[in-house]
Design a protein around this ligand. Structure first.
Ligand SMILES: Cc1ncc(COP(=O)(O)O)c(C=O)c1O
Length: 470
């Protein structure tokens, strides 16, 4: 069934791919969909082809894809390459199983529980439980479902028809997954109230209190407040201790979306950003973001054991779950998923390889690269931060010499040239009226000289564009 020699060519191609990645060959090969379609052999054949004949497709996949471990890849809140995590991914596929029962995933179940206990302890939860999920969006959706179940347990049977109007509060800078969750759970996006943020992008807690009072005046039932640990654009951390105090007083479920930022818990120097998180009721933590695991690797943690089982258990499961009590060894009853990929093993192997100290070093190195980038921006006469740096996101603009030149449009153009020329991938985002570069530091292949090179290239392109305009 399995012969290592069948995979020799794939491994060779991967070796070349990673060599090209670190040799700083173009980070991407951007083509429009029509052109890419012409270059790929996409059609599915009636007659199959031998394994060796797949080599061309593998080569195409690697050639036309984006090198997300390239040192100049800053585009998303994830990137880089972790060798032990990669081994875990291969292992997971080889020993293909599903996380729902201990019966079919005995080792993976214990590994996942070990990680949940460790990560819950890092947050400061007293009796943590949790589950790996298919991503931060899914974890946020499940957290909203748990919060609603906590507020109105009968809804599980009765549905929303005669339910009070439920209101959830998020900050104006929160992730869009909460709007999707409000829609999918039948609350409606109008019931997701956005709390204004301050100049640093942090939730204004006085505004939260004001909005809760308005909701109550309207006869609605506030049930959930969400704080964000590392907002998507600015990388801001909401004031969790203050939010927790309000949540407790007002009896709201307090969820933290730490998809991006919870990784700072691994650093004694930077974990202060999470102060108060231990008082939350639940928290999402994407290990495929700051911790650099391959996608997906996301955990939903809950403060009190048993909460997830109460929310997600249902009838009609006896064909699969044969042991059913208040603390089942099976993970399946306590989640919304049935079959679920093993995402814990890669993180477990990576953690064993790096140890707590290795994670600390990684996170601290990211903060030092972010400080370096900030210093470059501050020292350069044509670069300007659009919002103060909160963690590992740098939102900035290039200031053209000609004040008539539109900065927002220039941001998009510079970004496009960086990408078209395969120099770097960096995203942009809107902050108030500004379209700003959003440089994210979370790629373990990036070195201090790459940061220097990135800004040098960006400024050179900007100056060239300015000259062409004259
Ligand atoms: C703050 C925040 N929450 C949630 C998500 C969604 O995470 P995922 O892509 O794992 O679904 C993101 C994605 O970038 C995010 O930035």
């Amino acid at each position: 069934m399995f012969q290592a020699s069948d995979y020799a060519n794939l491994l060779q191609q991967l070796e070349q791919f990673f060599a090209d990645t670190t040799a700083k060959k173009p980070v991407a090969n951007p083509l429009d969909p029509g052109e890419l379609c012409d270059r790929l052999a996409l059609d599915l054949p009636t007659e199959g082809i031998p394994l060796e004949a797949l080599n061309r497709d593998i080569a195409d996949y690697l050639t036309y894809g984006v090198k997300t471990a390239h040192p100049q890849y800053f585009n998303q809140l994830w990137g880089g390459f972790n060798p032990a995590g990669f081994m875990g991914d291969i292992l997971t596929s080889a020993a293909n199983t599903s996380m729902y029962t201990y019966e079919v995933a005995p080792v993976a179940t214990l590994i996942e529980k070990t990680l949940v206990a460790k990560m819950g302890e890092l947050v400061g939860f007293t009796h943590p439980e949790g589950q790996f999920t298919t991503g931060g969006s899914n974890g946020n959706l499940m957290a909203m479902a748990i919060a609603r179940h906590h507020a109105l347990p009968n809804l599980k049977q009765t549905g929303l028809a005669n339910a009070p109007r439920l209101i959830a509060f998020v900050s104006a800078d929160s992730h869009y997954s909460f709007a999707k969750a409000a829609h999918l759970l039948g609350l409606g996006t109008d019931q997701l109230w956005q709390v204004p943020v301050d100049a640093d992008g942090r939730m204004r807690v006085a505004e939260l209190e004001r909005l809760i009072a308005i909701a109550r005046d309207q006869g609605a039932l506030p049930f959930l407040v969400v704080g964000t640990a590392g907002t998507t654009v600015r990388g801001a951390f909401d004031p969790f201790a203050e939010i927790a105090a309000v949540a407790q007083r007002e009896q709201l479920w307090f969820h933290i979306d730490g998809a991006w930022g919870a990784g700072v818990l691994l650093s004694p120097t930077h974990r202060h950003l999470m102060q108060g998180a231990e008082q939350a009721d639940s928290l999402v933590w994407d290990a495929h973001k700051m911790m650099g695991m391959t996608l997906m690797c996301s955990v939903l943690l809950v403060q009190q054991r048993g909460t997830m089982l109460n929310t997600f258990s249902t009838h009609g499961t006896d064909y699969i779950f044969h042991q059913f009590d208040d603390d089942p060894v099976d993970l399946g009853p306590s989640t919304m998923h049935c079959g679920r990929r093993v995402d814990a093993v890669k993180l477990w192997l990576a953690w064993k390889h790096l140890g707590d100290r290795g994670w600390t070093a990684l996170i601290d190195r990211y903060f030092s690269l972010a400080a370096q980038a900030e210093a470059i921006i501050q020292a350069h006469p044509s670069l300007e931060l659009v919002t103060p740096r909160q963690s590992l996101n740098l939102c900035f603009q290039y200031i053209p010499a000609n004040p008539q030149r539109h900065r927002n449009e220039l941001t998009r153009k510079i970004r496009q040239v960086l990408w078209d020329d395969g120099i770097a991938m960096v995203n942009y985002a809107q902050i108030d009226d500004h379209v700003a570069f959003r440089l994210v530091i979370c790629n373990n292949q990036t070195q201090p000289e790459d940061i220097e090179e990135f800004f040098a290239a960006l400024v050179a392109i900007a100056q060239q564009l300015e000259q062409e305009e004259r």
